[in-house]
Design a protein around this ligand. Structure first.
Ligand code: 3HC
Length: 301
């Protein structure tokens, strides 16, 4: 059945090679998903070799973990690993059909990435953004071919979250949208078409809850108390565990975008800001069960 709003599948272009810009956690998860589900070559780029190596290393490590769990046969794992390569240059994207960016959530950075990409990729290459909350329309504004940009927004952890928000900007072409839906089908994700509105649909709704959680945090409710209070409520993850997984800077960017668009309905959190300013990545120590605050986080407040 065709998803609501999706153009006909016959318009979709074949995707035989994929580029991923950024080699952070989200980008690396995407590279792994593309290689595993689609079996196509995936090239991961970032600004320096160290980041690229880290991204490719993440993919190899995750594949090894799947083999160790008995989830992936060794020959399939070897193939998946070989499909993901890294490069500091965007030249390998010259013959890619689909390039997605998952770089820092800053409009100017994303625009710069797309300008560099357009200098390298073929005219038919589809460009996508995994932005959580920025305007896809604004990202397309200076493109030579704005019709080829589409929002392709995944959720953490990418391997298990079934949803994908596909964002249509005013100039996104039907063939590009159809290809995005076909790609989502290949990835076995449930794709929904959403408007290019601040934080789209899921994050906009989720941030109403998270805004109250961080407001209580600002007013003195310790994170472990808020999590303990909400643990029996049946959420798949308690709020601060979710914040830690998504990443505090990403959460803060989404909050800022929504605050800018809708004002006090999405209050900014001073504590979240302080934690980000102090480069605190998570409130919880990595191995903790979500009940132990790490000293760095406490010191930053
Ligand atoms: N990577 C890969 N697989 C993972 C994983 C990860 N980081 N975390 C968990 N999994 C897998 C496990 O291996 C397990 O797979 P299996 O059943 O095949 O063994 C499966 O997920 C279930 O894991 P667990 O049993 O350990 O734990 P849970 O039952 O608690 O499920 C969860 C984990 C699916 C992550 C669940 O806690 C959940 O749904 N949490 C909410 C996540 C969420 O809301 N994400 C959206 C955040 S917003 C966002 O990303 C948008 C962005 O723009 C900010």
């Amino acid at each position: 059945k065709r998803p609501a709003g999706a153009p006909g599948r016959e318009l979709a272009r074949p995707i035989t090679k994929i580029g991923v810009v950024g080699a952070g956690l989200m980008a690396s998860q995407l590279a792994l998903l593309f290689a595993r589900q689609l079996g196509v070559p995936v090239v991961l780029t970032d600004i320096d070799q160290e980041r690229v190596d880290k991204g490719v290393g993440y993919v190899h490590n995750e594949v090894d973990k799947l083999v160790a769990k008995g989830r992936l046969a060794t020959d399939v794992a070897t193939k998946a690993k070989a499909l993901v390569t890294g490069s500091v240059s965007k030249e390998p994207f010259a013959d890619a059909d689909f390039v997605i960016e998952a770089v820092f959530e800053e409009l100017s950075v994303k625009k710069q990435v797309f300008a560099e990409l357009e200098a390298v990729v073929s005219p038919e290459c589809i460009l996508a953004t995994n932005t959580s909350s920025l305007s896809v329309t604004a990202m397309a504004a200076d493109l030579q071919h704005p019709g080829r940009l589409v929002g392709f927004h995944f959720f953490n952890p990418v391997a298990v979250m079934p949803l994908l928000e596909i964002v249509r900007a005013p100039k996104t072409e039907d063939a590009v949208l159809a290809s995005a839906f076909e790609l989502a089908r290949g990835l076995k994700k449930t794709a929904v078409l959403v408007k290019d509105a601040p934080a789209f649909v899921v994050n906009r709704i989720l941030l109403r809850l998270m805004g109250e959680v961080t407001a209580a945090f600002d007013e003195g409710t310790p994170a472990r108390v808020a999590d303990a209070a909400l643990r029996p409520m049946g959420l798949p993850m308690t709020p601060f565990t979710l914040l830690a997984m998504v990443g505090l800077p990403v959460a803060q960017h989404v909050q800022e975008s929504l605050n800018e668009a809708f004002g006090d309905r999405f209050p900014l959190s001073q504590n979240l800001q302080k934690l980000v300013d102090n480069n605190v990545r998570s409130l919880w120590s990595a191995a903790a069960d979500g009940t132990q605050e790490i000293p760095a986080a406490t010191a930053a407040l």
